[in-house]
Unconditional design. Structure first.
Length: 265
């Protein structure tokens, strides 16, 4: 099943969805997919089409592939302009992913502050070749996303740069307008920002993740490349704190992201 098919299954299979092992990230399912599936369930509980402004995501436990996953949503408040929802992905009675979302309709305002410009990075044509999917080496979900490094180092390269990033897009979806579920996958496709600092393989994962979406979402296709850059702001005692952003190829801001990541080295 590709990304869009799994999103569709959230609504079509209320008894649970089995995420294929081809979407694994180590022992767990790809976090960006888990967040997107919970978000899809939340979207279905809204009273109207007010856009998502922010999501706060906690990866409570590893979500195992090939295990039925149920999605539950609680509407905490539905106001005139803003709705707050709580979504859960559940396996075997255990919450594995928890998402609080804020959805807000636009309103007139005298305040308008443009986004900071996207940082300079190598053009797509000058970036490193597309990172291949290599069974047993790269995470299984990498068969579904394409990355081309343009900033900083690869995981386990001992690169001291605080920044990491480059170009990203989905590989196996039909061409359509990008939505927030796609953006979740594009942002989380990159490895934890501490990985390039290491000189040998070690486990790492995201603990908490907050993402804010720029509305309306810029017009781009699921086949278009996007720019991504993350900066590690601090790391100690096995935890790191990083800020990231995603832009269109021509520099229009799409999303702002913060993560607390763990590393077992």
């Amino acid at each position: 099943m590709n990304f869009n098919q799994l999103l569709d299954a959230v609504q079509a299979s209320p008894e649970g969805v089995c995420i294929p092992a081809t979407w694994a990230q180590g022992r767990a399912a790809f976090g960006g997919l888990m967040a997107a599936m919970v978000y899809q369930a939340m979207r279905g509980k809204l009273c109207d089409n007010r856009p998502v402004r922010s999501l706060a995501i906690s990866f409570v436990a590893p979500a195992a592939p090939d295990v039925p996953t149920r999605f539950e949503v609680e509407v905490l408040r539905e106001g005139k302009a803003v709705s707050t929802l709580l979504g859960r992905a559940i396996q075997g009675g255990q919450v594995v992913t928890l998402v609080q979302g804020n959805f807000g309709a636009s309103r007139p305002s005298v305040v308008e502050v443009p986004a900071l410009p996207a940082p300079d990075m190598k053009a797509l044509e000058q970036a490193a070749p597309e990172l291949p999917y290599i069974k047993g080496i790269t995470p299984e979900f990498m068969r579904h996303v394409a990355l081309r490094w343009a900033v900083g180092g690869l995981p386990f390269s001992g690169n001291p740069s605080r920044q990491m990033g480059g170009w990203v897009r989905l590989r196996d979806v039909a061409e359509e307008q990008v939505n927030e579920a796609h953006l979740l996958a594009l942002v989380d496709a990159w490895p934890p920002s501490l990985m390039p600092f290491l000189k040998q393989p070690a486990a790492g994962s995201t603990l908490t993740w907050t993402i804010e979406f720029i509305q309306p979402v810029a017009s781009l296709s699921t086949r278009d490349w996007c720019r991504y850059c993350v900066e590690t702001e601090h790391a100690r005692e096995g935890y790191g704190h990083a800020a990231a952003a995603l832009w269109t190829a021509d520099g229009a801001l799409l999303a702002l992201s913060r993560q607390t990541v763990t590393v077992f080295a």
